[in-house]
Design a protein around this ligand. Sequence first.
Ligand code: ADP
Ligand code: ADP
Ligand code: ZN
Ligand code: ZN
Length: 806
Amino acid sequence: TSSPARAHQLPEGSSGWVRVRGAREHNLRGVDVDIPRDCLVVFTGVSGSGKSSLAFGTVFAEAQRRYFESVAPYARRLIDQVGAPEIDSLDGLPPAVALKQSRGGTSSRSSLGTISSLSDVLRLLFSRAGSYPAGAAHLPAAAFSPNTVVGACPTCHGLGVGRSTTEELLVPDPTLSINDGAIAVWASRGWQGVNFRRIASELGYDIDLPFQEFSREDRDWLLFSDEEPTVRVNVREGGNDRPYNGTWYSARNYLMRNYAKTESESQRQRLEPYIVVGACPTCNGKRLGQAALSVTFGGFDISELARMPLSRLCEVLDAGLDAQSHGVDEHGAPAASAARALVKDLGVRVEAIVRLGLGYLSMDRSSVNLSPGELQRIRLASQLRSGLFGVLYVMDEPSAGLHPADAAALYEALQQLISAGNSLFVVEHDLDIARRADWLVDVGPRAGSEGGRVVHSGPPHALEHVTDSVTAGFMFPADGPRRHEARTAQSWRHFADLSRNNLQNVSVDIPMGVMTTITGVSGSGKTSMLADIIERVDAQNDVENTPQRIISIDQKPIGRSPRSNLATYTGLFDTVRQLFAKTAEAEQRGFTASRFSFNVDGGRCPTCKGEGFISIELVFMPDNYSPCPTCEGSRYNPETLEVRFEGANIAEVLGMTVEDAREFFAAVPPVRRALDALTDVGLEYLTLGQPATELSGGEAQRIKLATELQRPTRTGTIFVLDEPTGGLHPANVRYLVEVFESLTATGNTVIAVEHNMDVVAASDWVIELGPAGGDRGGRVVAAATPADLLHHPDSVTAPYLARATG
Ligand code: ADP
Ligand code: ADP
Ligand code: ZN
Ligand code: ZN
């Protein structure tokens, strides 16, 4: 039977439909749609059109709600608080897993190894298949973890850092003899200094020899030995022999003992200059005890393997597997085959991550230093091995941060999940992935109240004739790509010897007054280059005192609590609060502008303290927010809500979209300017009070850009952006390119890290880093205008750029 929700046939291989009826979450307008299972479904549409509201807010949220209901009756209360999605019915829904780009919120103790569980497998491998020193007993897997008592280095307790000292600190002037005070840490006039000089002399050291003339061995013994010999010291005092037994401590042991033992603050201060805090001297920063570190695989200890790029780790595992299959392994046959299975398993897991373009990362990379796109791809790779089937994966722009040259592997990984018997719903802007999908759901046609409908649900090719789809115009362009004439620079700025992370003493020239894009495969060093450039400009400003403003506009959240939002961030809320304070109603009640703030007591709701939400914790899930029961999400107390400006109360203003607010505040220039700027960057669909915690990285970045744009025109500013098109539909990208063009037209400079070829094509200068990621990258492969880059023999970008420039 046919229904308005279904205009096309079930694709081959699909077992049936997920049937959505009457979806009204956020801006969705009673959406009825049938979406096939067991295949790759891509959701497209301009930002704010409602893709996430449909894929995550409706389909995933409902699947999750049902899951909780089935496994944990007690969770019902929590579900009631979070609220079920606004929907009439949803049938044919498999259990769902969301792989969403998390916006921060990972703990600083977690690393790539822990979130992917590679660490557990590696420890097991070392326990069962490592090479042990002759006679050593095999250790349990826990002994290879610095977070266990058995595993941790006894000196630093697994922290990897500790207090130590150096020869230079202990002996600041090596031309002096011991007698003249070469070993400065011995307070030379104190009894201990005299004592150690006597003992050294008894032990046969020439205490009148300049310290630098001792052999290496002697110097090491005097300074660092752990030996503590006791010798008879002969002293003549007042004509009498007064021998005593003295015990020797090396200069380091003397220092460390005294520092640890002393209760005198002045003694502590005297010793401090001789101490450095650095890698723990016992484990060299490897965090593990000696027993664990003496076990190796392929010639490396476990911490060395955790530190190396995953691509190199793959090679080591392969070599290890070869060695074992040739019988080099010292274990008996059954043990060896279990070991082989472990090595193989780890190899497959690591390779899955490497193939997603992340071979430049290492297992010990802290998760706080991973981008949201990297995190999501690591989780995706882990899922490839999970063995789950019959699951619906809902994903959020898996191509984020990927150069088109890396995207082929991503597509393969997605296909692999489908072959294993799963369904994939992916929100994605990358048209290459959209074209290769089995099914396309285009939401829109535009953002907010002008979106919220399913414009197309069917095979991608059938989108071509859907007239009201904004996406169709980009997937099937009628006219060729926009041509861009590269503009000439006002001047060039030279940056020499950039060497952050993997950059190999790179020098680049960047044109001022125009736009430069930095591109290259992931891990090639683009973000590192941007960070170095910012640092150099800042440093130069300090020296020359002629500041050239440099503004970095990144994807970090504009705030971490629901109390931050775009109205507060852009500053427009200050003006709005003043408008409310000036109403007759407010003046009569004595309400000042601060009464309308939800950041201070007074006008705000006392229960949620102005957040409008209360935070609730759900097991297995990140913190969730649910509407405050007292103010029902309005953030304010009832008296404050009675005050109205032009008919709207303060909570209603915060509930307006940028678009509606533009009309409402048309006569208030400072507010209008901010709203215009937000519209220019394609955020007209956001509500003024939308909490920072609900904004994507791309939205946060564009709010920051808009905040800069609303300021009175400036010239001579350098705008620095890292992947500004993240989360943007091609239609929004076109807008953004216009914003960049207007910035450069007024004498500013734009430098952006970008994978989007439309942006690269529209820039005036391109720097391509590569050739690969990590150690194999960090060099400038090409620096040219987009037109010249097309003919560059070493550029991996060229073929993709050629498609964008026609
Ligand atoms: P897309 O994924 O296509 O960018 P969204 O589904 O995120 O779009 O947003 C669609 C509409 O719903 C927008 O107008 C947006 O402002 C609104 N919206 C999104 N999240 C929320 C929310 N948590 N509360 C209220 N409105 C929201
Ligand atoms: P791109 O932006 O091209 O993807 P990055 O500049 O982020 O590349 O990374 C370049 C190299 O530097 C990679 O090998 C990466 O692992 C390394 N790197 C990046 N950030 C850090 C960090 N915070 N700590 C250690 N290494 C890092
Ligand atoms: Zn240690
Ligand atoms: Zn409240």
